[in-house]
Design a protein around this ligand. Sequence first.
Ligand code: CA
Length: 230
Amino acid sequence: MTEPVILLVEDEKQMRRFVHLALSAQGYKVVDAESGTLALQQAAAHVPDLVLLDLGLPDMDGFAVVTRLREWFTGPIIIVTARDQESEKVKVLDGGADDYITKPFGAEELSARIRVALRRNARSPSDPKSAIMTVGNIKLDLGRRLVFVNEAEVHVTPIEYKLLTVLMKHVDKVLTHKQLLDQVWGPGHAHQMQYLRVYMTQLRRKLEENPARPKHLVTEPGVGYRLRTE
Ligand code: CA
């Protein structure tokens, strides 16, 4: 097996060196790019397995880079953001990035995110649309439209079922409020964030052992939600 190739897009030299070394030590082949323009060139030249993209680049904004990459690139894109880039972060996630990590972060957190993203990506295209999906003790039977917790059937409403299905289909991926509202309620509901809050609370009450401290149905503050496996 050849090592996965990661395209590292970061203009700050120190940061680039730190991430490059950390990922090389994990066995990844790392290709560097210090601008958005170079990122697009390197991506086309190396066809990486994953792109790690800093949002604060000198020549292009992150949204533009992701949009251009998504014209052909299907692998995971993880964006690296600073604390003051909250609104841009959501826009770029809506635009096709898979996940985000906020500076400052440690090498362990970064490699955990990369591992999960690569695993998700390896699984999804080949998955023969299995009729049963499981996350922890939660089981969704798509064929019979039933939900189980610890093998006991749990009654859910049609909206709750749809919301859970969308989360399950993108397990471990962060989904923005807009993405969830579009997929569950349909376009035109993008501002009805209170719907989501209400239904997520209901789902947690039905599916989580401790709804106040959910293990699987987790909130991504200011961004959306994620169904987490571990
Ligand atoms: Ca930067």
